[in-house]
Design a protein around this ligand. Structure first.
Ligand SMILES: Nc1ncnc2c1ncn2[C@@H]1O[C@H](COP(=O)(O)OP(=O)(O)OP(=O)(O)O)[C@@H](O)[C@H]1O
Length: 258
């Protein structure tokens, strides 16, 4: 008799996810496994279905078909347990606009069940490293786009989740803060957690992600280790080849020149 060895559940398992908005099929049968302990990048052209996929993966948007599980916990049948495992930066993050940065993070930390002293310490740390101390008494409604993004990233990290799901965490963030965020995310992965993020910045994905999936027209067109997907060239070249676009079409707009 041979012993069967239970494989560890992936950090995120998506199977047959589908979502249509009227006649537009945004996600058309997406299946993905994000192995535990990986730093996973989801890339694709505008409108490819990344945000819709991630929204279904974390339980913010109900799929028409398919399933999503976090460390083996089904996101739709056991949402409480699944959400406790995740830290999420959603697209178009809505914040309580009248609260200050410190108040928003404190509120999210307490909602996550952390005790007051732990929340105070972590909020202080995050405001410091993300260079938000100077604005900590300003209402987030008056924050810049990049500052709001940093508050969203901090909120996702506060309760040290096992899986971070971040929609465009570097968008609008200055290079110094982006490097800080990269370092924090790498630390999460080095300590046994998992990160999945979407990004349009191929250089960042190439630099930080050990696995990548390329999504186009609502489908996964390539997935694997970053080295496998880029196949000896740059990720940007592989991306352009995979999504069938032409990076040189702009040359045809002769009227742009003088
Ligand atoms: N709430 C909605 N109502 C109608 N159509 C939607 C809605 N959300 C997304 N879509 C459509 O679904 C498709 C996928 O959109 P999605 O936002 O998932 O793409 P994306 O890959 O995240 O794009 P981007 O890189 O531009 O952020 C697009 O055609 C978009 O217009």
């Amino acid at each position: 008799m041979t012993d069967t060895v239970a494989l560890p559940a992936p950090a995120l398992h998506l199977a047959g996810l589908r979502k249509a908005f009227g006649a537009t099929v945004a996600v058309d049968g997406v299946g993905l496994d994000v192995p535990a302990g990986s730093f996973f990048g989801l890339v694709g052209p505008n409108g490819a279905g990344k945000t819709t996929t991630l929204s279904m993966a974390v339980g913010l948007l109900r799929p028409d078909a398919g399933s999503a599980a976090v460390y083996g916990v089904d996101v739709w049948s056991d949402p409480g347990r699944a959400r406790a495992l995740m830290g999420v930066l959603p697209d178009g993050l809505s914040l309580p606009e009248k609260l200050t940065g410190r108040e928003v993070l404190t509120y999210f930390g307490l909602l996550r069940g952390l005790d007051g002293a732990t929340v105070d310490r972590r909020v202080d740390d995050l405001l410091g490293v993300l260079d938000l101390r100077g604005a900590e008494e300003t209402a987030v409604g008056d924050y810049s786009t990049g500052m709001r993004k940093k508050v969203g990233v901090a909120a996702a990290l506060l309760h040290t989740p096992r899986l971070l799901v971040l929609d465009e965490p570097f968008e609008a963030v200055d290079p110094v803060s982006a490097a800080t965020i990269r370092t924090m995310l790498r630390r999460v992965v080095d300590d046994g957690g998992s990160v999945i993020l979407s990004s349009h910045v191929m250089a960042v994905v190439e630099q930080v992600c050990d696995r990548v999936a390329v999504i186009a027209d609502g489908r996964v067109v390539a997935a694997g280790t970053t080295d496998e997907v880029r196949g000896g060239g740059t990720l940007e070249d592989a991306f352009v080849a995979l999504v069938g676009g032409s990076a040189s079409g702009a040359d045809e707009l002769t009227w742009l020149g003088r």
